[in-house]
Design a protein around this ligand. Structure first.
Ligand code: NAD
Ligand code: UDP
Length: 343
């Protein structure tokens, strides 16, 4: 059974490739390398000892997608490819709608034309907007406050419509909370280009001396220490959730032919708690200064994980220290990401 992984050279996709190969599946990757390096594919091969067929192509190229699905006899898709930076999405909304929404439309059309009817989709907790209650359950109202979030919501709705049109379709929508960490080997990890937007990559760049200090966006939230609280989840736990979702969809044991579940730990940590955890893991001081709140940020966001436990029989089990330790191991082994490995 071959699984097509779109965006398989990227951060989460590369970890997913390892998990699927290790579980005995054949995979094929499609990635246009717009936010990744093909070195990650070599690393997947090094970790698993298996070849990773990869097509350097764009998911907007429907005929290429059809060719790949047929050539590799794919039976399912795990769909990561897309643009993901919230701030950039407000400056380049058309690029986001085209890559994410049009790209997914082409992918679904290619799947329809080749008879491949199973997909796992990378959604995000951003679809919940400003939390009306916590922890967030999957039936919390959805809303989006930026173009990136709107692309995720539009795609979720598109999948719902396609599923309703024909019961043969099977979709698993996975709403990620805050993925962090890296593979235990330190061979693959997050490789942000330019100034990181997210907390964990920024902290790592302060730890390794690339940046002076962290700006902590807001210390006047109504939280235990005034800084923002998020549900950080180890990327290895996250991709194990994908494996379970794939198995549930393939075995026909899903609760419906289009279900959405949260992938989080259910625990919230503040920015200052993250700083301290990273200091423990790296034995480095993380300098920081308080700065104004970042536009669009919510005070607190963490998952109710009961539905994932029930539907997927899955629970994240790596703790915050493991998330920080594995991130630091990856950074120490690859001081400049994939371009300059320390090996
Ligand atoms: P990433 O940028 O590392 O990976 C995405 C991959 O898709 C990259 O390798 C990129 O080159 C590729 N890609 C982008 N547009 C493409 C296109 N048109 N055709 C082919 N390839 C294309 O990002 P990631 O962190 O691994 O995220 C994967 C998915 O998970 C994304 O859809 C993202 O929106 C979603 N997600 C990520 C997070 C997070 O914090 N990392 C949180 C929630 C949801
Ligand atoms: N954050 C911060 N400084 C940074 C980046 C992020 O203080 O340089 C805070 C941010 O305000 C939020 C938390 O860290 O409270 C997580 O932010 P991230 O961008 O990683 O995730 P998201 O906000 O998308 O959940």
């Amino acid at each position: 059974m071959t699984v097509l992984i779109t965006g398989g050279a990227g951060y989460i996709g590369s970890h997913c490739g390892v998990a699927f190969l290790e579980a005995g599946y054949d995979i094929v990757v499609i990635d246009n390398l717009s936010n990744s390096s093909d070195v990650s594919l070599q690393r997947i091969e090094a970790i698993t000892g298996q070849k990773v067929p990869c097509e350097i192509a764009d998911i907007r190229d429907q005929s290429k997608l059809e060719e790949i699905l047929v050539k590799h006899k794919c039976s399912a898709v795990v769909h990561f490819a897309g643009l993901k930076a919230v701030g950039e999405s407000t400056k380049m909304p058309l690029a986001y709608y085209e890559n994410n929404v049009v790209g997914t439309h082409r992918l679904l059309s290619a799947m329809a034309n080749t008879g491949v009817k199973q997909m796992i989709f990378s959604s995000s907790a951003t679809v919940y907007g400003e939390p009306q209650f916590l922890p967030l359950t999957e039936d919390h109202p959805t809303s989006a406050v930026n173009p990136y979030g709107r692309t995720k919501l539009m795609i979720e709705e598109m999948l719902g419509d396609v599923a309703a049109s024909d019961p043969a379709w099977r979709f698993g929508i996975l709403r990620y909370f805050n993925p962090v960490g890296a593979h235990l080997s330190g061979q693959i990890g997050e490789n942000p280009l330019g100034v990181p937007n997210n907390l964990m990559p920024f902290i790592t760049q302060v730890a390794d001396g690339r940046r002076e200090q962290l700006s902590v966006f807001g210390n006047d939230y109504d939280t235990r220490d005034g800084t923002g609280i998020r549900d950080y989840i180890h990327v290895t736990d996250l991709v194990e959730g994908h494996l379970r979702a794939h198995e549930v969809l393939a075995s026909g044991s899903a609760p419906s032919n289009c279900f959405a579940v949260n992938l989080g730990t259910g625990n919230g940590y503040s920015v200052l708690e993250m700083v301290r955890a990273f200091e423990r893991a790296s034995n480095k001081e993380i300098r920081y200064a308080f700065a104004p709140r970042r536009d669009g940020d919510v005070a607190e966001c963490y998952a109710n994980t009961e539905l994932a436990e029930k539907v997927l029989d899955w629970k994240a089990d790596r703790d915050l220290d493991a998330m920080c330790r594995d991130t630091w191991n990856w950074v120490c082994k690859n001081p400049r990401g994939y371009e300059t490995s320390a090996d």
